[in-house]
Design a protein around this ligand. Sequence first.
Ligand SMILES: [Zn+2]
Length: 392
Amino acid sequence: MDAQRRPILPHLAVSRLPAGGELAHRAASGGGRGGCVAEVGGGAAAVTARSRSARTVRRARRPSYDGRMPSPHETPTGPAAPAPVRDREAIDPRGAKRDRSWPPAPAPLPAPVIDNHCHLDFADGDEQLTVHDHVQRAAAAGIDGQITIGSDLEAVRWTAALLASEDCPPSLRGGVAVHPNEAALHARGKDHEGRELVSLEDAIAEVSALLRGPRMAVVGETGLDWFRTSRKDEQARTAQIESFRAHIALAKELGLPLQIHDRDAHRDVLEVLEADGAPERTVFHCFSGDAEFARACADRGWYLSFAGTVTFKNAVALREALAEVGLKRVMVETDAPFLTPVPYRGRPNSSYLIPLTMATIAEVTGTSLEQACRTIRRTTVDVYDWPEGAAA
Ligand SMILES: [Zn+2]
């Protein structure tokens, strides 16, 4: 126990969330962010691209979604800009030095599973894949469903628009939230490049409204990230906690599961969940705890989602965690394009590489690959109310 530990819950009042109807109005006042105006009503979300004049060069590579699927054969600029994706290079310090080739497809799974956490809004790889490419490759490898997560306001809008679009693949579901590190930026009012951001309250209000759109299956990812936020940064820390609590309340209000991002913050995440009461279906995305924490989560009825990290050579504690809980309450994800499983660490990731992670999960839990797939898929279907028959 560290003596210097401060209480995790300062006297915070979680901001009251405005009703969904206020969205169009609020989003329109998005200040320097420009972007979209979203209107939610009658179960359908229509998103209209607006001026993006005030963007920098990097922003210009992230055009607004126009309702169509991205295609590598179309020009990346102009009014019909189809590729609503951000470039991984922009946030990956290794930049262009990485091997950006797509790993070969592993042998398909003997029974299907669902990738319950990936980021289709990210572009990666020497050959750009469309949403349909990702879905088709996944289906060929035995992954018959994907949940794509939008974790900053642009990604949130992109995800909502994709899910509401007519040719959204039927096997896709989504989730949106203000990521803990984004929450800290909204509280500060500026992003890393000094561009103005809407308030945290406004950002969460937009998330709240878009979560009511079609095919939204989960509130996430939210939680605490003490890896990228110093404990001394009181403002960022408070913003993360406030945002986490608001998302917990949202999940309960909407009756949706919650996906948690927990980086170097196990004990504090647990404390907030216990203080506010965890939603009925609470999932630790990219679980990163040890056996003791895994047991603590499983005992509370929470779910553990394992990513490619479980295959990493140095992830001994993570495999012990998985062995501790067994297949019960366990799911699988990619967090693509990140966290590519061994032996392709560092290269682009996509749902079609899940068989590599599943092989490790089966081995660690002492189950046949087929049985592991069946058990995990069953759990995923239950947690997300997955509509059976929604195949790729
Ligand atoms: Zn993620």
